[in-house]
Design a protein around this ligand. Structure first.
Ligand code: ZN
Length: 311
């Protein structure tokens, strides 16, 4: 791939806009897939140097690549999103996301591209979000989902040829503080509980469930999808003050699986486990509905464990 083979387009404002050609896009898609929906700081630096483009030009050019991860059997509308996040080593990475739809299931179960990218950044250890680039204007649901983020007032939202702050897209917003919650996604309340012991459950799953962002129901829960050949994919519950844009842990895990280029089918998926908090379970039926979208998958294994105070 060379810069000379990349296409340079003129948009309506007569600015030059960099975009990858098809073979470059495919190569980058394969790289991101191998890295499970991630471009690391070193990759970003190398790509900017290779194509002689800025960080923001690369970010926008990555949107059509992100949209290749979309699974949209209902709308056939492929949406890509890329979160720019800073990890615990102060490295700036790109976290990809794309929409996931479930045929013959309620539309409310779908994962939007922005949710997918934010979930990807969250699960992969981003500490701060500085930019969210999206291939199309965010819907109201996604604006509300973004309003739950710790950096909601700060990060930039980049569309293909415009840039906004969230308060421009969601004025007079309803958010966590309106429900008396002073915490937020990426800045949760300190965890003061652990699950009761259960040797049947993977400790990675119990650890992840304890990091769920569940200020409204307290149902700390997570999902583990084990594949035959490609390891495990985890998802975690992320709630929202408006309730309906909450991201369920199964959808979170399925989105992660797709970002590795895998599909939910019986030749890929070996088992699916859901861990919930005893007494406040709310994810079993919604998980079963989502799984009804697929045939021949292994039955969902659901656990409920009590929480124990540690201090
Ligand atoms: Zn949306």
């Amino acid at each position: 791939m060379t810069a000379s083979t990349s296409s340079v387009l003129k948009d309506s404002l007569n600015k030059t806009t960099f975009s990858f050609d098809e073979s470059q896009r495919t190569a980058l898609f394969n790289q991101v897939k191998t890295q499970h929906g991630l471009l690391f700081a070193a990759d970003i630096k190398a790509l900017c140097a290779q194509y002689t483009i800025t960080h923001d030009e690369l970010l926008r050019a990555c949107l059509p690549v992100a949209s290749l991860f979309a699974v949209a059997p209902i709308s056939h509308f492929l949406v890509g999103a890329v979160v720019v996040g800073i990890d615990c080593d102060d490295a700036i990475n790109f976290y990809f996301g794309a929409n996931v739809e479930f045929a013959k299931q309620p539309l409310s179960l779908v994962v939007h591209a922005e949710q997918s990218a934010i979930n990807n950044a969250w699960l992969k250890g981003a500490q701060t979000i500085v930019q969210i680039a999206i291939s199309d204007a965010p819907c109201g649901y996604c604006r509300q989902f973004m309003n739950e983020l710790a950096d909601a007032e700060k990060f930039d939202i980049l569309l293909p040829d415009q840039q906004f702050k969230l308060n421009q897209l969601l004025p007079h917003a309803f958010g966590p503080k309106d429900l008396g919650n002073n915490y937020s996604l990426f800045n949760p309340a300190p965890q003061t509980q652990i699950f009761e012991a259960n040797t049947d459950i993977d400790t990675a799953l119990t650890k992840l469930a304890l990091t769920a962002y569940v200020p409204y129901t307290a149902n700390y829960c997570a999902v583990k999808i084990t594949t035959f050949d490609n390891g495990c994919f985890y998802g975690c519950y992320a709630e929202n003050a408006a309730y309906s844009p909450s991201l369920a842990p199964l959808q979170s895990a399925i989105s992660q699986l797709h970002l590795a280029g895998l599909s939910m089918n019986d030749t890929t998926v070996k088992s699916i486990e859901l861990l919930q908090t005893k007494g406040v379970e709310n994810q079993l039926h919604v998980s079963e509905s989502v799984l009804a979208n697929y045939s021949n998958l292994p039955a969902l294994i659901a656990y409920s464990l009590a929480l124990i105070k540690t201090c």
